[in-house]
Structures are given as C-alpha cells and as structure tokens.
Design a protein around this ligand. Structure first.
Ligand SMILES: Cc1cc2nc3c(=O)[nH]c(=O)nc-3n(C[C@H](O)[C@H](O)[C@H](O)COP(=O)(O)OP(=O)(O)OC[C@H]3O[C@@H](n4cnc5c(N)ncnc54)[C@H](O)[C@@H]3O)c2cc1C
Ligand code: FES
Length: 365
C-alpha cells in the first residue's frame, strides 16, 4: 500500500439487484484511471461515521468490469444487512449504499491484488463465483471476451440463492450470446416458484465438483474461485481429490461477512478494552521503521487502520487475518486479537489487520 489515496468522483450509480449497487468512479482531477488486471480491487478509506469524519475505515471492493482505456472504474457492492437480532448492518456497505450520490467523492488507492487472470493466455479456465464473488469473475470473463480469442475454453459457474439475489444476469447473458466460447452455468440453491429453470438458472443445486464432473469433459483447467469461505473450502478440497494440482487453483475470499465472526469480535473487543483499562497508562505505538511514535486511539478497530491514519503503510490483502500479507514483526509489547484468525502469526510477529495493542508496543513498520 505504498501509493497514496486518490479522490474519485462518483459518476453513476446503478442498481444491480435489490441489495447490490454498482458505482462508476473517475479520478476527480480529470486524469485517466489506472490500467488494471481482471480480478484486482481498490482499497477505500471510508469515513463511515458522520459524527467522526476523520475516523476512516478500510474496505476492499473488486473492479467488476474489464479495463477499458478512457473508461471509469466500476465497483459493485452488496449491502450487508444485519441478519441476526443485535447485528448491525455492515458499516462500509451501508455508507456506500445509503450516503453516496452522484458527484460525491471517495478516496481509494490504485488497483491492487494478485487474484488475477491473464486475459491474453490460451489456457482453458473455469471461473467460479458465489454470491457477490461474481465481481472478479465477471471482470475476468469480460476481459477474455475483449481479447477476442474465441478459441479459449471458458466455463463459468455462478452460485446464487435465486433470481432476487442474482446481479448481472443480463450482462452475463449478453456476454455469452456474443462469445459462444464462454459457457455459463447458473446454480440456484434456494430457487422459488418465480424462478424459471433454463432461463433464470440451469441447476437447482450448489456449485460443486460433482457438478463439474457432470458438465465438464475433463479436469485440465485453471480454476478461479471467489465466494463464501465454506464454498471455497469445499471446492478446493474436492478439486484436489479430483486430481487437480494446487497450482491450477486460484482463490479470493471477501472476508467474514458472517455475524458469528463479528460477535466473537465484539466479545474480544471487550476483553481488549479491559486489558487496556488494566494497563491504565497511555499506550504508545512506535513505528520503528518510520521512526514515529503515536498515542493509541481506541476509536480505531485495529492497528492497521490506526497505522494508515498516521501515514504508516502496511501491506494488506484481506483485512481479517486470513492471508498473512500484513504480518509485521512486533519488537516489543503485546497485542490482543479482535477475532480468531485463519493465519497464526509467526513467532515475534502480529497481524495488524486483526489486533489492537494492549500495552505500549514497537512495530517494525
Ligand atoms: C479482496 C477483497 C475484495 C472484495 N470485493 C468486494 C466486492 O466486489 N463487493 C462487495 O460487496 N464486497 C467485497 N469485499 C468485501 C468488502 O470489503 C466488505 O468486507 C463488505 O462490504 C462488508 O463490509 P461492511 O463494512 O459493510 O460490513 P462489516 O461492518 O464489516 O460487517 C460484516 C457483517 O457482519 C455483521 N456485523 C457487523 N457487526 C456485527 C456485530 N457486532 N455482531 C454481529 N454481526 C455483526 C454485519 O451485519 C455484516 O453482515 C471484498 C473484500 C476483499 C477482502
Ligand atoms: S491483511 Fe490479511 S492477514 Fe492481515
């Protein structure tokens, strides 16, 4: 995250489904957007609380369109609505859905991320999107079509609940109409009487390797998967069992959009707050490589957002402890974790995206 934030102007907002909106964004200074690879995303710094405009939250959103010189960035955001009693709506997606209007400004870094596909390659690919994980899959399929290579075998599998929850239905239909080498398979796992098999969807089941075995004539593809964690875990395990080499499978997770994870976070927040109280002293955070020390501000959800606010860049890939990209040596002091993390930090290191200091600390950042 070495680049600084750029001001983007909201040029257009389009409803893609009842809870999904696309935002078309252009640099506010009139410059062109940066070239990007299909599958990449932007990192946004969002002032989600109008009462505290200086307090920014970091969120990633994938570019859901293929790059076109002279075009705008397009991101597509699902509004995370709190499903359980006590669960608030998602902060970042609510901010974008309910507060952004045309002409407003957003701050984002340049396109980043390595879940990318080389549109000009010839390898046969299977592109798999679950729910809002459709965003990089659409950008990848469009980029391959834009290359005009009608010989490349492209198989797309989309997993949705039903027609209500199915963004980009028409855009995908137009894509496969124009490029017959792209074959689309839509799965609904909660189809309703209003959904028409053969027109809205193809299979009344989840995306699975069992389905691939019925639909694909071989397994010699590169597999690109983006969707909820349980879907990705099941697919990657079953693909390996089907004889697909690990090197042929590429995945991107959008994070823990589950309430239970964040309930654990709320409980851990309490524990971290108690630890902070017990320390009673002011907590100092020393960023050794940058040679600066700042007093910890408990309004921040994690060390990464605090570092970012103080102008200290720490690379990030997922923002919830799943990828290890932010792992940073902790030279001194202690941190408390907000929630369980997929990655266990190496000895003497911490994951700044998922923890807060519980004493004064020195970070190698
Ligand atoms: C690389 C990458 C690319 C991404 N691309 C996209 C994309 O293209 N489109 C997209 O829509 N998203 C994308 N995401 C996900 C996105 O970054 C956000 O994580 C997502 O929008 C949710 O953020 P939020 O602030 O709205 O929700 P959060 O505030 O983070 O909440 C998440 C969920 O937890 C629940 N919750 C919050 N607090 C509590 C609590 N105390 N107790 C119980 N439940 C709680 C909320 O109701 C919500 O359902 C991507 C993520 C990554 C890492
Ligand atoms: S950003 Fe992925 S583990 Fe911290």
């Amino acid at each position: 995250m070495k680049d600084s934030y750029q001001n983007l102007r909201v040029e257009r907002i389009v409803d893609e489904s009842w809870n999904t909106k696309s935002f078309y964004l252009r640099p506010a200074d009139g410059s062109a957007i940066e070239a990007y690879a299909p599958g990449q995303h932007l990192l946004f710094s969002l002032p989600v609380d109008p009462a505290e405009p200086d307090l920014k939250m970091m969120r990633f959103y994938t570019l859901s369109d293929c790059y076109r010189s002279g075009g705008a960035y397009r991101i597509t955001v699902k509004h995370e609505v709190g499903r359980e009693a006590a669960a608030p709506d998602g902060a970042g997606s609510t901010y974008l859905h309910q507060h952004m209007t045309v002409g407003d400004r957003l701050q984002a870094k340049k396109p980043m991320g390595d879940f990318t596909l080389e549109a000009a390659d010839e390898d046969a690919v299977v592109l798999i999107g679950g729910g809002i994980g459709i965003t990089p899959i659409l950008a990848m399929a469009q980029s391959i079509a834009a290359e005009g290579n009608s010989y490349r075998e492209v198989r797309v599998f989309l997993g949705m609940r039903n027609r209500e929850d199915h963004p980009f239905k028409d855009e995908f239909a137009a894509l496969v109409r124009d490029f017959p080498s792209i074959q689309l398979n839509v799965c609904y796992d909660e189809s309703t009487a209003a959904d028409v098999q053969g027109s809205d969807y193809d299979y009344a089941e989840r995306v699975s390797v069992d389905l691939f075995k019925r639909v694909l004539s071989h397994n010699r593809y590169r597999y690109y998967i983006c969707g909820p964690r349980p879907m990705m875990d099941a697919l990657t395990g079953d693909l390996a069992a089907w004889g697909v080499a690990e090197a042929q499978i590429f995945t991107e997770s959008f994070g823990p959009a589950t309430a239970s994870h964040l309930i654990e976070q709320s409980e851990a927040d309490g524990a971290a707050a108690a630890a902070e109280d017990a320390a009673s002293d002011v907590i100092e955070v020393n960023f050794a490589r940058n040679g600066v020390t700042h007093t910890w501000d408990p309004r921040y959800k994690c060390l990464l957002e605090f570092a970012e606010a103080k102008g200290v860049s720490i690379s990030a890939g997922c923002l919830y402890g799943d990828c290890g990209t932010c792992m940073t040596p902790l030279k001194q002091g202690a941190v408390g974790y907000n929630h369980p993390t997929e990655i266990t930090p190496d000895e003497g290191c911490c994951l700044p995206c998922s923890c807060k200091p519980t004493s004064s600390i020195t970070l190698e950042a």
